[in-house]
Ligand binder design. Sequence first.
Ligand SMILES: Cc1ncc(COP(=O)(O)O)c(C=O)c1O
Length: 489
Amino acid sequence: MIDVLPPEGVPADKVLAELRDLRAADLPTHGGRLFAYVYDSALPGLDELAMSAYALAAHVNGLDPTAFPSVLGLENALVGAASRLLGGGPGTAAPDVVGSVTSGGTESLILAVKAARDARPEVARPRLVVPTTGHAAFAKAAHYLGVALDQVPVSARTLRPEAGAVAAAIGPDTVLVACSAPSYPYGVVDPVAEIAEAATGAGVRCHVDACFGGWTLPFLRRLGEPVPPFDFGLPGVTSISVDLHKYAYAPKGVSVLLHRDADLRRSQYFAFAGWPGYTMVNPVISSTRSGGPLAAAYATLRHLGEAGYLALAERTLAAVRGLAAEVSGVDGLRLLVEPESTVVCFVSTDPGLDLFVLADELTARGWHTQPQLSYGDVPANIHLSVTASVAPRVVEFGADLRDAVEAARRAGPVPLPADLLGMLGALAPEQLTSDLVAGIAAGLGLDPAAAGRPPERMAPVNALLDAAPVPVRERLLAEFLGVLQRPAY
Ligand SMILES: Cc1ncc(COP(=O)(O)O)c(C=O)c1O
């Protein structure tokens, strides 16, 4: 265990060596072998540029734009670029788009919900309508902000909601309707035009969550892909979120929340002068904000330019098509849906082929995928977020996938004890105490002494979660995290 506050300071080179050691256990952020969490352009020099830019602005504080006008300048530049890419700005149907830079997609979504809620103070019990495939951050926003969540199911075939079902879910207390372009789980674009029209008809705001793919869809469209309308070109779209730390390939901590005009944005702000300290006006949740992520994003966008993003989208598209073909060629696997953006998602068609075991077999071969639990009518599946860095790896992945499938078949599905399954179905979430969860973990062969380190084989954990009802899943997740998050005194 490293004492991070030693009695005497440690030399800089040793500190950096320790950090490198810590990082050695992480999944590889570069190299096209990790299909979630990271967005790797694989362009030589881009990271170095972004890091130099980050360092230039790391200690600057966006808290007060009059003290640090550079942050304001960067923010306005990034918002302008995002707006232009997404159908706003001069000469468009949405010439007055404004926005803010936030720390990430979750913050952008929380603020979109807050702005919508606070614009309707007469609604005592505000509600948010969102398809079940809407990002979990909408549920978090609803939870944090005291807004009720109305989830609209999606079709098991199209993985999108019916626009009519979204319209039917809108009621007098609905303050916001949200949809995705594309959704994270399956990478499909919701019927935004119809949903925005229904929202307009009901006099309700419509937010398009383009956090994941908002930066790629316009370039995929330029490459000839059939991307449906989803941006400010649609009159009913009142706000859009797009993450620069995803497909704009900027380092983490930067997303943009756009509003169609400044009137719509007003209720996003928080100003407070009722205390003796500095007068505070915050556009976003954080007050102190480093200029680092903004400067890094600025450098990334400016260096790549539209031509750079088009080339990256082309490479990504080739990787998506290649991976989809590899998956389709494996007996026992099926694409959940024909890829529409940058996600490849597949299911098992063979009861003897457990996808959670397959994911572990892929991990053992150096490929890190993202298993998704069954939900509603959609079975458990494996999600691949595909970035430009994957393009040269497709053939290698295909060979390892075939090998991993054979190994997973040989290993067979994870056996969950029948009494455990019975208990999961019968338990109320609050009955799941830490001790009980520790017992379950031990029963699954998860080493309690390994607390502080994630388990090497995730299949038992995933199988357990998959077998549990949603509220029990949530409780188990929180308890598992609690086991990991402990300082080693
Ligand atoms: C569609 C979508 N919205 C929101 C988010 C949340 O973004 P973040 O993790 O940056 O908070 C994500 C993250 O994957 C996403 O895919």
